[in-house]
Design a protein around this ligand. Structure first.
Ligand code: PHE
Length: 353
């Protein structure tokens, strides 16, 4: 079923690259979703990615209780493209102009392959952009807040385990202390997360497709492992922080973790994998909830006039929502994805315009 409100595909007038904006839904308010700059074997793969990511943003914004729908932009670079500064700038201006044509029904922000500085460039041609650098009036790089949201969700999972074990409550000691955690991907968000987890005494194993990130792992005192081995390591928590699609039906039987909580968008290769994880007793906190910290922060600061403390409080609330979601799922005997989808469906039905 085609359930998108609008999809625009354009050859960038300046850059010549295919630029795709997919708007999945504006039922809860104007769509918000980042701009991905990535290489794809074919531009149609970029379109597929944009469609899935836009839908993911509808779920994310609703799960985070934001009055926004979901959309996404993809700049689909041909394989092997290396961007010089001028071409990058051209592509970003192309995006800005396209975003501007949606009359405020879509605003973008940073995503894989784009930065706060890049949003500053978009800002030269459109107001519909979040996370420009602070000196340009934006809320800056959201990666630390995305990481904080994931951490809040992860802590919620650990708290439920401690409760179930009837453990002593020692609020001064981080709940992740002594837990084994595997972080897959040390990009913007993954690096923030890994640092915090190392600081708070988690037993950390990390990996990245870029072998030079091993130096960072050593700085953290984390164990390094090869990317192929990481998903099936024995661990309390698995943290997907790289590209999506990692959780396949084939992988599920080989997993050796108790829960999966991470910021990568679209972690499930297909929806049915959520049920397979549930059958194996592995808790999957839906990626669209765990990763909502960045957009929550940006919207709070830039649209709601929230100060730093209030914006951080809202990011932290992802932990409470996660806890409620997991408890509801347990009570109903369904998996967290199902419980979250039911809630989002209710929200969309009520907010439907
Ligand atoms: N890339 C962010 C995400 O996937 C989207 C985002 C949009 C972040 C706007 C901040 C602001 O959630």
């Amino acid at each position: 079923m085609f359930d998108y409100e609008q999809v625009q595909i354009q050859r960038g007038a300046r850059s010549g690259f295919p630029i795709i904006v997919a708007i999945h839904s504006t039922a809860l308010g104007p769509a918000v979703g980042g701009c991905r700059l990535w290489r794809y074997p074919d531009w149609r793969d970029g379109l597929t990615d944009a469609l899935r990511l836009a839908k993911g943003m509808t779920l994310k914004n609703a799960a985070a209780k934001l009055a926004h729908g979901g959309g996404k932009t993809v700049i689909a670079l041909p394989p092997g493209t290396v961007l010089d500064d001028a071409t990058r700038r051209a592509a970003l201006l192309d995006v800005g102009e396209l975003v501007e044509t949606f009359d405020g029904q879509y605003a973008t922000g940073p995503d894989v392959g784009t930065s706060s500085e890049d949003m500053g460039v978009l800002g030269e041609v459109t107001k519909q952009v979040f996370c420009r650098p602070e000196q340009l009036g934006g809320s800056g790089d959201p990666a630390a807040y995305t990481a904080a949201g994931v951490r809040a969700a992860l802590d919620a999972v650990c708290r439920l385990w401690s409760d179930a074990a009837g453990g002593e409550k020692t609020p001064e000691s981080p709940v992740v202390r002594g837990r084994s955690v595997t972080v897959i991907g040390l990009g913007h968000v993954g690096a923030h997360l890994a640092s915090g987890l190392a600081r708070d005494g988690a037993r950390l194993t990390v990996t990245d497709i870029d072998p030079s990130r091993r130096a960072f792992a050593e700085q953290l005192g984390a164990t390094w492992c090869e990317p192929e081995a990481a998903p099936t390591l024995e661990a309390d928590l698995l943290v997907p922080a790289a590209l999506g699609g990692m959780l396949t039906a084939e992988l599920v039987p080989a997993l050796c973790c108790r829960a999966i909580v991470g910021p990568a968008n679209n972690q499930l290769a297909e929806d049915g994998v959520a049920a397979l994880l549930h059958e194996r007793g592995i808790r999957w906190v839906p990626d669209y909830l765990a990763s909502a910290g960045g957009v929550t922060y940006a919207v709070a600061r830039e649209l709601h006039g929230a100060g730093l403390d209030e914006a951080q409080r809202r990011v932290h609330a992802i932990g409470t929502v996660t806890e409620e979601l997991l408890r509801t799922a347990d009570r109903l005997g369904i998996h967290p994805h199902e419980a979250a989808m039911r809630r989002v469906a209710d929200q969309l039905a009520q907010g439907g315009r």
